[in-house]
Write a protein that binds this ligand. Structure first.
Ligand code: MGD
Ligand code: MGD
Ligand code: SF4
Ligand code: MO
Length: 732
């Protein structure tokens, strides 16, 4: 067969690189970065190469399976047909909701949903069809504080400014390691190259992180900061800005006086002993940000998933806004996406606390409850208890606090379905697993990441290969389930109304006589591709799927442009920095004095890390990504190790309020004293019965046996995954 060159999008991380793929019939010959791509300009990382391994992976499920026997090593999985599987799942969901109420079926949406066009166009609609207040997603182990602050300050949870990295003169990254993660809440393919350009034009990179990360190593300055104490430093920066008269906010930015009042108690001198960052360095950094020709401050996982995530993300926005860097070239800017889901009001502006979780009373945000309450909502008996779960592209047993306890809870469910192509730590508890097509078999358009990209572009990616005839896309699975659920419900309602018993009596009712089903059919009718095409055309972009498909790399819509105040969704088109919700939390922080979670006695503070060739909880069975030095080890500072008589390579016990694991350690002064560091997404070998037979290594333990679901961020209930007090000792 003839070799052919194709251009597709990599969907494995937020960078969304454009790839140039050579194929020969059904075989991938090579995968490279696409040099002419206007966004990613040729960038690629090793994970993209693994797309072909994923495509041919013998561990991947290709047909629906039903579990026979209890979850665990003795369970067997029996292939079943799609039709039978859809009926089974729909019947169980409808039956549970009929008996126990709508909220008795929960949904968890994992991270890969945002990387799947069909999951966004149809999967989200399936969740709406389930209509449960018990809806959860990876957002609450991730970026929830960003959405809260975007809603409060800019009037919409998805109006998130991104650093204008291609023009800035000073980039300040806090709790963010793009050299490994390729950027987050900032679609920045090719961070290393963009950093080189920043330096070449005389710009600087400053990093605040408890670990000397890959990014810290290439920065102009790196400041160690004790986990969980960034709030003190960020508020102290605002203290310097407001007391030294270094503020120059745009006209539409209000609340300087409220900010100044809120941060008054937070002096650099107070921040120093808390954070370990010298007061003089905090003052110097504040002045640098204020005086730089342009500056962009960005905080990510390290300051989102920690005790004071909401305050930290607010402070980051305030620093940018008060120094006049919000919405100006080289500062932090808003995108102008070709498909503007915000402008089209297809994404809600967000709300907080419209309802609360049943057991602990944590608030919903934007229709979702914090996933830290999922296990207790399943295992606590009473009205409203969760009895069934639909898990879409998620592995919460690995990814969420006390995931091992969540696993125990899942075992007690009446029914669970997982939409996933692997038997994982989580899907092994499912009664039925429905495997979708893989990334090379589906069309893609980045509905989410064009919203967060450092440059305005629009890229259509056609499926590289046709899917096998029997296979189903994520969107087809979602559509089929939703339609069968609606139909069953309607037939049941009809039967109830007619006083008949059982569904059998209405089985003969034709679908065309069921108005809700007909309406749902219309809602789910169009394909993801048709929806993108419609949106592009409706928005008058002059673009279409056809046009984009003919342009490798897509359309270049140019650098980010100033958008404020027009783009604001606040009622008065102003940005009000003085937000009572946040300033009250700051007052509480002030009153609390030294935090109890600052590592008391001989406790150390546990933080996470990502490696370039890791991908959250999956792809650990891809040999190409798992070769080389072990990446699962606990990093510990030599001083802390010596105090505990621990040597390099020793197995250590790590104990937290939530659990205990044992793992080999590595001594390094890349972590600051008092801090230990472990990656998440490992520990597959601890779960019985998962099928990753081709894994090169199943080493490691799950970080989330140590994270504590009882300890969450005070305003949003976001998980605390960084700055966890732990005891570390040499294992016997
Ligand atoms: N301790 C600690 N925990 C963390 C983090 C941390 O830093 N530290 N990070 C958190 C963050 S930021 C996130 S986003 C979460 C991620 O955690 P999750 O939301 O659990 O997502 P993943 O681990 O990326 O993948 C979940 C599953 O999706 C499946 N999958 C992959 N692609 C597809 C697809 O196209 N369709 C379907 N149906 N399934 C697919 C995979 O097989 C995998 O089993 O973890 C969080 N957990
Ligand atoms: N290769 C790879 N890339 C990925 C992923 C992956 O699993 N692998 N996951 C993707 C996902 S889902 C996401 S959300 C993004 C996340 O992307 P990043 O935000 O870059 O996530 P991390 O690499 O976890 O970096 C968090 C950093 O915060 C630091 N940190 C921990 N605690 C604190 C603290 O209290 N204060 C400060 N200042 N720093 C702290 C850690 O040392 C770490 O360097 O990455 C995405 N990209
Ligand atoms: S950086 Fe992310 S999007 Fe780019 S090739 Fe690597 S995994 Fe894919
Ligand atoms: Mo994430």
């Amino acid at each position: 067969m003839a070799e052919e060159t194709r251009y597709i999008t990599c969907v494995l991380c937020e960078a969304s690189c454009g790839l140039e793929v050579k194929v020969d019939g059904p075989t991938v010959v090579s995968i490279r970065g696409h040099k002419e791509d206007p966004l990613s300009r040729g960038h690629i990382c090793p994970k993209a190469i693994a797309l072909q391994d994923l495509h041919t992976d013998p561990d991947r499920l290709r047909t629906p399976v039903r579990r026979v026997g209890a979850p665990g090593a003795d369970a067997t999985w029996e292939p079943i047909g799609w039709d039978e599987a859809f009926d089974l799942v729909a019947e169980r969901i409808v039956a549970i909701q009929a008996e126990h109420g709508a909220d008795a079926v929960a949904a968890y949406l994992g991270n890969p949903n945002v990387h799947s066009l069909g999951a966004l166009t149809h999967g989200v609609n399936l969740v709406r069809t389930i209509k449960s207040r018990n809806t959860f997603s990876a957002t609450s182990v991730d970026q929830l504080p960003h959405h809260l602050n975007a809603m409060l300050l800019y009037g919409h949870q998805f109006l998130l400014p991104v650093p204008d990295i291609d023009r800035t003169q000073l980039l300040v990254l806090i709790g963010n390691n793009p050299m490994a993660s390729n950027g987050s809440m900032m679609t920045v393919p090719g961070f290393p190259g963009r950093l080189r350009e920043l330096k070449a034009r005389g710009g600087r990179l400053v990093v605040l992180d408890p670990r000397r990360t890959e990014t810290a190593k290439v920065a102009d300055a790196h400041h160690f900061i004790r986990p969980g104490t960034d709030a003190y430093v960020l508020l102290a920066i605002l203290h310097v800005l407001t007391t030294e008269g270094l503020t120059k906010p745009a006209e539409y930015v209000r609340g300087l006086a409220e900010v100044a009042a809120a941060v008054a108690p937070f002096t650099p001198d107070r921040a120093e002993p808390m954070s370990g960052m010298p007061a003089a360095e905090i003052i110097a950094l504040a002045r640098q940000i204020a005086s730089a020709e342009s500056a962009a401050v960005h905080g990510r996982m390290g300051v989102s998933t920690q005790e004071h995530g909401a305050i930290c993300q607010w402070a980051v926005q305030c620093i940018n806004a008060l120094t006049g860097n919000l919405d100006r070239p080289g500062g932090t800017m808003f995108t102008t996406p070709a498909i503007d889901l915000i402008g089209k009001r297809m994404l809600g502006a967000g709300h907080l606390g419209a309802w609360s979780s049943r057991v602990r009373g944590l608030p919903e945000f934007g229709g979702e409850l914090p996933v830290s309450v999922l296990a207790e909502e399943i295992s606590t008996p009473g009205d409203g208890q969760i009895k069934g779960l639909v898990c879409l592209a998620g592995n919460p047993v690995s990814s969420t606090p006390a995931g091992d306890d969540l696993g125990d809870a899942l075992a007690g469910l009446d029914f669970m379905v997982a939409i996933d192509f692997y038997i994982t730590e989580t899907s092994r508890y499912a009664d039925v697993i429905l495997p979708p097509t893989g990334p090379l078999e589906r069309d893609h358009y980045d509905l989410v990441f064009h919203l967060l990209a450092v440059r305005n572009t629009a890229r259509w990616s056609s499926a590289l290969f046709d899917k096998p005839e029997e296979a189903r896309h994520d969107w087809e699975i979602a559509k089929e389930l939703a339609l069968r659920i609606v139909t069953l419900r309607e037939k049941k309602a009809l039967a109830d109304a007619e006083g008949l018993t059982g569904l059998a009596n209405t089985a003969a009712t034709a679908v065309k006589d069921l108005p809700k089903t007909v309406e749902a059919q219309a809602r789910f009718r169009s394909t993801p591709k048709q929806q993108v095409d419609l949106l592009l055309k409706a928005l008058g972009t002059g673009l279409s799927v056809k046009k984009l498909a003919q342009t490798p790399g897509g359309a270049d819509l140019g650098p980010l442009e100033p958008r404020l105040p027009q783009r604001l969704y606040t009622e008065d088109k102003l940005v009000h920095l003085g937000q009572p919700l946040i300033t009250q939390a700051i007052a509480a922080l002030d009153a609390a004095g030294a935090t109890a979670h600052n590592g008391v006695g001989d406790e150390l503070l546990l933080i996470g890390r990502r490696a370039q060739r890791d991908n959250n909880s999956w792809l650990h069975n891809v040999p190409r990504l798992t070769s080389g030095k072990p990446r699962h080890r606990l990093l510990i500072h030599p001083t802390d190790a010596a105090e505990r008589d621990i040597r390099d390579g020793d197995v250590v016990d790590i104990t937290s309020a939530a659990g205990k694991v044992s793992i080999d350690c590595h001594l390094t002064d890349d972590v600051m004293p008092g801090v230990v560091c472990l990656p998440h997404g490992y520990g597959h070998a601890r779960a019985d019965g998962i099928r990753l037979e081709h894994a090169k290594t199943l080493a490691g333990v799950s970080f989330n046996e140590l994270s504590d679901p009882q300890r969450t961020e005070a305003i949003t209930g976001n998980a605390i995954l960084n700055g966890i007090p732990v005891g570390v000792s040499r294992a016997d």
